[in-house]
Design a protein around this ligand. Structure first.
Ligand SMILES: Cc1ncc(COP(=O)(O)O)c(C=O)c1O
Length: 286
């Protein structure tokens, strides 16, 4: 496939795409973004992602310059031109180019870019492998529900995790309350219930998080959007992460302490299987 970009109306190779040095997304992180997975040529839960970027944009007082119908048309065309089978679509909306100043430009020219890039898919539930996590204080701002391009605390925490041989850093705030991880939401089986932090300004409301909650309900597994602490996490029989790029990722150890028996537990296994059934349903092979 060809990795292609769409910048304010024109399509080019991703490696040749460029934007203004004075784009406020580049200078100030003044923008929002989305990542949508493509399986079998089909975007997975596209409308939920478009709803979320609309909400993120509204929260930073930056209206979407295109309608959902226009955006869908751009995505359909990019996927077709690129020949993408397994990959992802990245969308970024910024307040556009302007002489550097924190103040909004008087006449903003928002910049909306899309690109599609190849990304191999594990291909099914059986290929999913658990990973280790570390825990770190959540040092982000208090509006994590906005999917903003300001990701420095996430970048630093994720780097620390990688240097410790972990796939993710699970983040906690005052009182040890687990919010989420640097690029995923966190679920834990504590006692007989699966818990995840409730929707609030302190977490990004993940599209995969919502899919996992729906799956738990469909499977009749007791679950609650109920916060838990680092201490609760250390007694969890299972922990898993959810995100567009990591899908449903079982956690086998937190801070080097094994979770359950170091393998994917029964709840994790059923959620992973049901998740892949949803992919097959929404993005069927031709
Ligand atoms: C901080 C954070 N939390 C959660 C998620 C998971 O969201 P989604 O499932 O919509 O990919 C992400 C994804 O990028 C994220 O960056």
């Amino acid at each position: 496939m060809r990795n292609l970009a769409w910048i304010n109306g024109s399509v080019c190779n991703l490696s040749e795409a460029s934007i203004s040095l004075e784009d406020r997304g580049y200078l100030l992180g003044d923008g929002v973004y989305e990542i949508i997975r493509v399986y079998n040529k089909t975007p997975f839960y596209l409308s939920a992602h478009l709803e979320r970027i609309k909400r993120s944009a509204r929260e930073i007082r930056l209206p979407l310059p295109y309608s959902p119908v226009e955006i869908e048309a751009v995505i359909t065309d990019l996927l077709k031109q690129s020949g993408c089978i397994e990959g992802y679509i990245y969308i970024q909306l910024t307040r556009g180019p302007a002489p550097r100043d924190h103040l909004f430009p008087v006449e903003p020219k928002p910049s909306m870019v899309f690109y599609v890039r190849e990304m191999a898919s594990p291909g099914g539930a059986d290929a999913v492998k658990p990973g280790k996590c570390i825990t770190l204080p959540d040092e982000r701002w208090l509006n994590c529900y906005i999917k903003s391009t300001n990701l420095l605390p996430n970048v630093l925490a994720r780097q620390k995790a990688a240097e410790a041989g972990a796939v993710e850093a699970i983040l906690y705030r005052a009182g040890g309350i687990v919010t989420e991880a640097t690029r995923s939401n966190v679920f834990a089986v504590i006692g007989d219930k699966v818990r995840t932090h409730p929707e609030s300004k302190l977490i990004l409301s993940g599209i995969t998080r919502r899919i996992a909650l729906d799956i738990l309900e469909e499977l009749d597994v007791p679950s609650a959007e109920e916060a838990f602490t680092i201490e609760d996490l250390s007694s969890a029989s299972e922990v898993f992460l959810t995100s567009t790029t990591m899908e449903i990722k079982p956690v086998c150890a937190v801070d080097e302490k094994p979770v359950g028996n170091n393998k994917t537990g029964p709840v994790g296994r059923s959620v992973i299987k049901a998740f892949w059934d949803k992919i097959a349903e929404h993005c069927p092979k031709e």
